[in-house]
Ligand binder design. Structure first.
Ligand SMILES: NC(=O)c1ccc[n+]([C@@H]2O[C@H](COP(=O)([O-])OP(=O)(O)OC[C@H]3O[C@@H](n4cnc5c(N)ncnc54)[C@H](OP(=O)(O)O)[C@@H]3O)[C@@H](O)[C@H]2O)c1
Length: 333
């Protein structure tokens, strides 16, 4: 099969399209013929070792010293099951599914083998393969953080970086949970963020939201510009700061703030779970969640998709169409 291999840490030029061995599923595994995948900010982080301050050494230990130990990036996919192991009962050949391999990556390829108990779910009706591929990275991250923040109906929620993959999911999910949502993004993306359910939108280029005098029960920071020192001015007395994007000092100081104030600070990595994919699929089926797609690329153009993600300015998700025989992924297929 064909796969994009990362030969060393660096810019998009380190990506190389190669013929690699076809993976075979074990007894408890399924193999998926990939129709679409995404390039996420997670791929950007690992490909270039673009790691927040204080995490570089631990990241090299985790992912590999001079090149990623797992050279095929990509954590999201959609496609059809094309082979099942002998013990697998929950999936059959031909099932249309989406999946999240998370930190195990390996989705920038034509096929992916996953355990049958991994994060795999049927594609909900009304989503194309392209959209389904973009369900999980932002969706699972936003969902897990909002749950840790104990989001409730009527909460006032601020999403900083509301137009990115995590932000667009967080706005929709906060709205679904009955919160009053304020999104922070550039003015070019204000209409998009409003259309996803934000009650208010703040342009970070003209307004310092930390000096607004408002208070929020939950602040989610996906842009690393609202650390506790700034967020505390607008965080309710018993509110929660969700540090989705933060450096080592933010992570290490989180327990200190949580113990020494009535506010909670939650930081660190979160991981997708199979039941989260089912939850997001149910929301998508009911029209409460739809991944935002910025652009579509063909498989051969994957380095171009990386360049867009590297800009840090994508709107939602960047989808890569792996199977060319499919109709364009913005159409139902
Ligand atoms: N903790 C975890 O487990 C976890 C999981 C997933 C992701 N993450 C991290 O979360 C971060 C966000 O991921 P993503 O995929 O959503 O990124 P993304 O899609 O690249 O989105 C970034 C967004 O940030 C906005 N932005 C840029 N500068 C800003 C500023 N000064 N103030 C407010 N917004 C600003 C941009 O909006 P405009 O274009 O409108 O400026 C852009 O849409 C990444 O650093 C990623 O590594 C962490």
């Amino acid at each position: 099969m064909k796969a994009w291999i990362v030969t060393e840490y660096g810019g998009p030029d380190v990506l190389d399209l190669r013929e690699v061995e076809m993976p075979e599923p074990g007894d408890d595994e399924v193999r998926i013929r990939i129709h679409a995948t995404t390039v996420s900010s997670g791929d950007w982080r690992i490909r270039g070792m673009n790691i927040p301050r204080g995490f570089k050494t631990v990241s090299r230990l985790m992912f590999g010293f001079s090149a990623p130990r797992s050279p095929i990036l990509g954590s999201e996919l959609s496609g059809r099951i094309d082979a099942v192991g002998r013990n697998v009962t929950g999936f059959a050949v031909g099932d249309a599914v989406f999946a999240y391999s998370d930190k195990d990556m390996g989705c920038h390829a034509e096929y992916k083998v996953l355990g049958a108990d991994a994060s795999i779910a049927p594609i909900p009706p009304a989503l194309s393969f392209g959209e389904a591929a973009a369900m999980s990275f932002g969706g699972c991250t936003a969902l897990e953080f909002l749950r840790r923040g104990r989001i409730e109906t009527g909460h006032r929620v601020l999403i900083n970086g509301a137009s990115g993959a995590v932000g667009t999911a967080a706005v929709q999910l906060s709205r679904f949970f009955g919160a009053h949502v304020t999104g922070v993004c550039s003015s070019a993306n204000a209409d998009l963020v409003r259309s996803l359910g934000a009650d208010e939108v703040v342009d970070y280029r003209t307004t310092d939201v930390s000096q607004s005098g408002e208070t929020y029960d939950i602040i989610m920071d996906t842009a690393a510009t609202l650390p506790y020192a700034r967020a505390k001015h607008i965080l309710a007395v018993d509110g929660t700061l969700l540090v989705v994007n933060g450096d080592a000092p933010s992570l290490l100081s989180a327990p200190f703030y949580s113990m020494s104030t009535k506010r909670r600070v939650i930081a660190g990595p979160v991981f997708g779970k199979p039941e989260d994919l089912e939850f997001l699929a149910d929301l998508a089926r009911d029209g409460d969640y739809r991944p935002v797609v910025d652009s579509w690329f063909d498989f051969e153009e994957l380095p171009e998709a990386h360049r867009l993600v590297d800009s840090g300015r994508k709107r939602g998700n960047v989808v890569v169409r792996v199977m060319k025989s499919d109709p364009p992924p913005d159409k139902l297929d």
